[in-house]
Design a protein. Sequence first.
Length: 209
Amino acid sequence: MKKFLFLISSFSLLATVAAAGTVTFSTSGAFNCNGIVGCTASGSSVTDNGVTLTYAPTSTSVSAPTFTNFGQITATGGQLGNSLNGVTFTLTINQTVPSVGTGTLTAATLTGGITAPGTSGAFITFQAPNFSVEITGNTFSGPGVQIAAPGGPVTYIVPNNPLAIVAPTSGAPAGVTSIQGAVSDSPEPVTFVLVGAGLGLVGLLRRRR
């Protein structure tokens, strides 16, 4: 009986290890004024009506599935009146592990504005197709991308959509909006092999008893 329990525990542990995968990626982002008069954009920074947004990318390695960070946007300036309406933001995921690939959340639209340095009514809404990921038994959905990998696609989503932009003098650190995300990789084929082998072992030992 002890041997039986030990073998089952071993297969369960191996299956759990195989199901978790390392995902390594970095991000980049770019703003676009889309012809708005008085707006200037230069890659990861945009200024419109006295408000400047600057995107800071991230680079990390995580054990999926998990929550993670896709970079942050810092707001500075601010004046009375709406700002940022019609500006768009593109977030790109550059994956290196478990495979090399790129996915882009395009045409994220900014609405509302920074009506004063401490007051924000601005939001950024991602328009990419919706995907779902499961983390600790809970399912989370949001706009995102999937990047191909040998064991199945890696899914990246932004569950908080639309995302509120923090006002320049609010928060700690001030004016920083974190783009929180979630990432999930597909179980490797070895996971299913181990589970199947474990079930077969259970049947064999039962027959011997």
